[in-house]
Design a binder for this molecule. Sequence first.
Ligand SMILES: Nc1ncnc2c1ncn2[C@@H]1O[C@H](COP(=O)(O)OP(=O)(O)O)[C@@H](O)[C@H]1O
Ligand SMILES: [Mg+2]
Length: 257
Amino acid sequence: MNAQAYFKVEGLHKNFGGLTAVNELTFAVEKGAIHGLIGPNGAGKTTIFNVISGFYKPSAGKVLYEGESIGGLQPHQVAAKGLVRTFQETTLFQEFTTFENALMGRYLHTEASMVSALFGTQRKSERANEEKTMEVLEFLGLAERKDELALNLPHGLQRALGIAVALTAEPNLLLLDEPFAGMNPEETRHMMDLIRKVRESGITILLVEHDMQAVMGLCERITVVNFGRLLTEGTPDEIKRNKDVIEAYLGTDLNAA
Ligand SMILES: Nc1ncnc2c1ncn2[C@@H]1O[C@H](COP(=O)(O)OP(=O)(O)O)[C@@H](O)[C@H]1O
Ligand SMILES: [Mg+2]
C-alpha cells in the first residue's frame, strides 16, 4: 500500500468498559475499490463503521481520509467530508414514500433538522435537493416507486432505498453494513449489480457483509477481523484458502462462494 492511502485506520481501538471491540486495527482502502470487511458475528465490524462515521469516538488510534485525521469528528462533519454509511438494520421511515426517504438523506447527514427536510423550510436549496433525489432514485432503478410508501416495497428494494438515502448525501466513500442481509438469490444478484454500478460512478466502497458469495464476487481486497483484531487481508482467492479464516468461520462453507 502506498505511503498515503486514500482511506486508512491505524492502530484503532474501541473499548466499551472492559470490552475491547476493536483492537489495534490497521487497514487501508484504495480509491475506487470495493473493499470487503468481514469477520464472524461480534468481530467488531459495525463498531468499526460507527467509529469511522463519527457515531463513536475512537478510544485510541487514527482514522485517516486523504491523509487528514477525521477520528472523533461528529457524524455530520464526517459526512460533509464525503464518508457516508448505511445501517445494518433497515432505518427507513416506513410511513414515508420512497422519494421522501431518499430526500431525507440530503438532510440526515447534515445539521439541518428533519422538520426542515420534510416541510421544506430550507427553501433556498429545496429544488436542487429534489433534483438530486430523483437522480439517485433513477440511478438505482427506484424512480417508478417514488410515491410508494417504504413499507410497501419488497425487502430488496427497501435495502436499495437505504443506499439511496446514503447516495443523496453525495458520498465519495460509501460504508455499507450488511446490505445483503435477508435477501433471496435474485435480490442478492440485483444488489450486486447496484453496488457495482455505484462504484462505476466513482464512489469507493467499504463493504461489511456476511454473504460470502456477494463479498467474493464484488471485492478486490478483503480485510478479515476476528475479536476486533486484524486476522488477515488479501484477494478473495487468498481469503478463501486462508486456514485462519476458515477456522474463524468454522461451519461456514467459504468454497460455496
Ligand atoms: N454500544 C456498545 N456497547 C457495548 N458493547 C458493544 C456496543 N456495540 C458493540 N458492542 C460489542 O462489541 C463487540 C463487537 O460488536 P459489533 O461491532 O456489533 O460486531 P459485528 O458487527 O462484527 O457483528 C460485541 O461484543 C458487541 O457486543
Ligand atoms: Mg454488525
